[in-house]
Design a protein around this ligand. Structure first.
Ligand SMILES: Nc1ncnc2c1ncn2[C@@H]1O[C@H](COP(=O)(O)OP(=O)(O)OP(=O)(O)O)[C@@H](O)[C@H]1O
Ligand SMILES: [Mg+2]
Length: 269
């Protein structure tokens, strides 16, 4: 069930030319959405794409942390808010860049969350971007709904994990996207296996995959099965996401690059 009337699509700041908006979503918490968003941005940038990340997880932001961007890193200008920039040149906007200290909590109600997400779209000088990735918080409530209904999202990368509970919650996200008529570009299963350095064997630590049933429900292909990777965790959590190389992401990156550079109109619900 999706509440409220059809919203107006907020006007893109006159200085901006954002070619594609791609959201990374799961419904389920902790499946690796934010770090995957960061790593996709890194890989797209390596391939020469101008990339931005809108961190729509306003109360649990983690994107600046993965790039080592300090709190207070956003600047204002006459025309709007200037994003922070990573070493590679990825433009990032996140509530954690607004706070004086990264560990200060953001305790906001839904209306303020929705208004801020819209501001991150309308009042930020994103400039020319080939793609803006949007990192969604877990769940299918305010923040996700605001992004999916008021930003011109061209497609969603759906993240899941092998646990049965993930499959159930991710199917809720699938239904939400189908109700909103937003294309699901593909499914990424994270934590699929651990490759043992001693014998090279692959171990399904979290059990058998539920990806085929999610792909069937979503009508979308499985684009990647990602291993539990200590290097991923260690580098992302120490602000060095730009040093991670994950060849398993190439099909996801290529799928994003295939999305036509056209902004879609607001969708009727
Ligand atoms: N495949 C992986 N191997 C090792 N560590 C991982 C992997 N995927 C994610 N992590 C780590 O797990 C933690 C949680 O990941 P992340 O923050 O990306 O999840 P999330 O889905 O965005 O969580 P939330 O729902 O709270 O927003 C991070 O420390 C991240 O570095
Ligand atoms: Mg997250």
């Amino acid at each position: 069930m999706i509440a409220s009337a059809t919203p107006q699509l907020p006007k893109l700041n006159a200085f901006n030319q954002v070619q594609r908006v791609i959201a990374v979503m799961s419904g389920k918490g902790g499946v690796g959405k934010s770090s995957l968003t960061a790593l996709l941005a890194v890989e797209l940038t390596r391939r020469g794409w101008k990339t931005g990340i809108l961190d729509a997880d306003l109360t649990g932001p983690s994107i600046p942390h993965f790039f080592g961007l300090p709190a207070g890193g956003l600047r204002g200008s006459e025309q709007g808010i200037l994003p922070a920039t990573t070493r590679q040149g990825i433009r990032v906007v996140s509530t954690n860049l607004l706070l004086p200290e990264a560990d200060q909590p953001v305790i906001w109600r839904g209306a303020l969350i929705s208004a801020t997400i819209q501001q991150f779209w309308t009042q930020v000088l994103w400039g020319k971007l080939d793609v803006l990735l949007v990192d969604l918080p877990p769940g299918t409530s305010d923040a996700a709904l605001t992004v999916l209904r008021t930003l011109p999202v061209n497609g969603v990368v759906l993240v899941t994990a092998p646990q049965g509970l993930s499959a159930l919650v991710v199917r809720k996200a699938v239904h939400m996207l189908q109700t909103l008529h937003i294309p699901i570009l593909g499914v990424v299963e994270n934590y699929s296996y651990f490759r043992c350095p001693a014998d090279g064997g692959e171990y399904a630590v979290f059990g058998a995959s539920h990806a085929p049933e999610i792909c069937e429900a979503a009508g979308a292909p499985l684009l990647a099965r990602l291993p539990i990777d200590p290097q991923w965790c260690e580098r992302c959590d120490s602000g060095r996401a730009e040093e991670v190389h994950l060849p398993e992401l190439s099909a996801v990156v290529e799928r994003i690059q295939q999305v036509e550079a056209v902004r879609t109109p607001p969708r009727p619900v």
